[in-house]
Design a protein around this ligand. Structure first.
Ligand SMILES: [Zn+2]
Length: 408
C-alpha cells in the first residue's frame, strides 16, 4: 500500500484526498487536495472563480509522539454577498483556525473537564491556543434556539477578577439553571444587550425574572420586559439582613469600647448570629442565650433576621404576605439603625420579594453557577479576557455537548 493511501484511510479527512506525506524532524506534514472545485464562502455563496491562492497548514491530532500538520492550497474569492474578498471554507477546519476541527473539538472536550495547564500539556498546545479553540467551538455550537421558549429566567452577577470585574449571567429556571446568556459588566446596559439578543417577541413571552435588588437590573427588566413579574431573589434578601447584623455588631463594639467595656464578646458572636440556627454549635447556642439574657441589641437584631428568613420558610403565600407586613412594622420601629434602613429597602421591594415566595423562584441554582464559574476561573480559564471566560461559561454551563472525533 502506498503511504498516501494509508494516510487517506487513517485520517479520513472530510472532503479531501491525501496527495503527499513527508516525515520531517518537527512533524509529519500531510498534503491535501480539496475534492470539490467550487469555492465556498463562509456565508454559503459558491463560485468557480478564485481571487488568489496560497498554502496553509493546520495542526491536526498528534500521531503517536509526532505532531501532524495538514497542508493544502487555500483560495480566496470575491463574494458579492459579503462584498469583500474572503478565504474559502474548508471542511476540516473552522474559519480562521490554524487547528483542524478535530483538534479544536478535543481541546474543548478536555477544557470541559481539566484545568488549562493539563490540556496544554497533554495536547502540546499553548494556553492562548486552548482559549482560541474553545471560543471557536462555542461560537460554532452555541445554538440560537437556546433563547427560545424562555419563561422563567434568573439574572445574576458573577465576579471574575479581583478589582471588581463582573459578568452578568442569565440562566433558565426551567432548564435546570442552564446558562443562556453571559455578558461583561453588571449595569442596565449589560442586561439591555441580553434583551437585544432576545428580541421583543421572545421578551414578551417572559413570565418571571428573578434577580437581586440592583437598580440597573430592575431598570432594564422594567424597560424590556414590562409584563414579566420580577422576583427578588431570597438569597440576596438574607444577605442584606446579615449585612445589617454586621453593621449592628460594629456599632455595639464601638459603643462598648467607648464606655470602657471589654468588647471581646462582640467579636465572637458573628457566626452565632449569621448561621442557620439549626447548624449552631453548642458554644454558639450559649452565646446566643447569653445575648438574650443580657437583653442585648444583638439578640434583637438576630431575632429580626430570623423572622425575615421565616417569610421563606412559610409554605403558604397568604401567610408569607401577612408575615412580611408584620415584619416591616416591627423592623421600622426597632430603633436599630441598620435594620430600620433594611426595612426601607425591603418595603420598596415588597412585591418582588413576595413574588419570589409565590412563584417559588430563587437564584440558588445560579449561586451554584457562581461557584462553578469560580472553579472555571480557578482552573486557569479566567485570565485572558472576559470573552474567553464567557466562552468557557457557555461550554461548561450552557449545555453544550462536544463530540469527540473518535465518536465516543
Ligand atoms: Zn460570502
Amino acid at each position: 500500500m502506498r503511504v498516501t493511501t494509508g494516510f487517506n484511510k487513517m485520517l479520513a479527512i472530510p472532503g479531501a484526498t491525501v496527495t503527499t506525506v513527508s516525515f520531517g524532524p518537527e512533524a509529519i506534514v500531510v498534503g491535501l487536495r480539496l475534492r470539490r472545485r467550487r469555492l465556498h464562502c463562509p456565508c454559503g455563496f459558491t463560485t468557480r472563480a478564485a481571487y488568489d491562492r496560497s498554502r496553509r497548514r493546520w495542526r491536526h491530532l498528534d500521531l503517536g509522539a509526532s505532531k501532524l500538520l495538514l497542508e493544502a492550497e487555500i483560495r480566496r474569492l470575491w463574494c458579492p454577498r459579503c462584498r469583500r474578498v474572503r478565504t474559502e471554507r474548508v471542511p476540516w477546519a473552522r474559519e480562521g483556525a490554524r487547528f483542524s476541527r478535530d483538534l479544536d473539538d478535543v481541546v474543548a472536550w478536555c477544557a470541559q473537564r481539566m484545568d488549562k495547564t493539563a490540556v496544554s500539556k497533554l495536547l502540546r498546545v499553548s494556553w492562548s491556543a486552548v482559549a482560541a479553540a474553545v471560543m471557536r467551538v462555542v461560537s460554532d455550537q452555541l445554538d440560537e434556539t437556546r433563547l427560545d421558549h424562555l419563561y422563567r429566567i434568573g439574572i445574576d452577577e458573577v465576579s471574575w477578577r479581583k478589582g471588581h470585574r463582573y459578568l452578568t449571567v442569565v440562566a433558565d429556571h426551567d432548564r435546570r439553571g442552564s446558562v443562556v446568556w453571559a455578558g461583561e459588566g453588571r449595569s442596565a446596559a449589560t442586561v439591555a444587550s441580553f434583551f437585544a439578543a432576545l428580541g421583543p417577541r421572545r421578551a414578551e413571552a417572559l413570565e418571571a425574572v428573578s434577580c437581586d435588588m440592583s437598580a440597573g437590573y430592575l431598570k432594564a427588566i422594567g424597560e424590556h420586559a414590562p409584563d414579566a413579574r420580577v422576583a427578588i431573589d431570597p438569597f440576596h434578601v438574607v444577605k442584606l439582613a446579615n449585612e445589617a447584623i454586621d453593621a449592628c455588631r460594629r456599632q455595639a463594639w464601638n459603643t462598648a469600647r467607648r464606655s470602657g467595656d471589654s468588647p471581646r464578646w462582640v467579636k465572637h458572636t458573628r457566626w452565632a448570629l449569621v448561621k442557620d440556627p439549626g447548624n449552631l454549635s453548642t458554644d454558639q447556642r450559649l452565646t446566643l442565650e447569653q445575648l438574650r439574657r443580657d437583653r442585648s441589641v444583638l439578640y434583637r437584631a438576630w431575632a429580626l433576621k430570623e423572622a425575615l428568613r421565616d417569610v421563606y420558610r412559610l409554605r403558604e403565600f397568604g401567610a408569607a404576605h401577612q408575615f412580611l407586613d408584620r415584619w416591616l412594622a416591627w423592623a421600622c420601629r426597632c430603633r436599630i439603625p441598620s435594620f430600620v434602613k433594611l426595612s426601607r429597602t425591603i418595603r420598596s421591594h415588597r412585591d418582588g420579594i413576595l413574588a419570589a415566595v409565590e412563584l417559588g423562584l430563587s437564584n440558588s441554582k445560579l449561586e451554584g453557577l457562581n461557584s462553578k464559574i469560580r472553579l472555571i476561573n480557578h482552573r486557569g480559564f479566567g485570565h485572558h479576557s472576559p470573552a474567553a471566560l464567557i466562552s468557557m461559561i457557555y461550554l461548561c454551563c450552557g449545555g453544550i455537548t462536544v463530540d469527540l472525533p473518535t465518536g465516543s
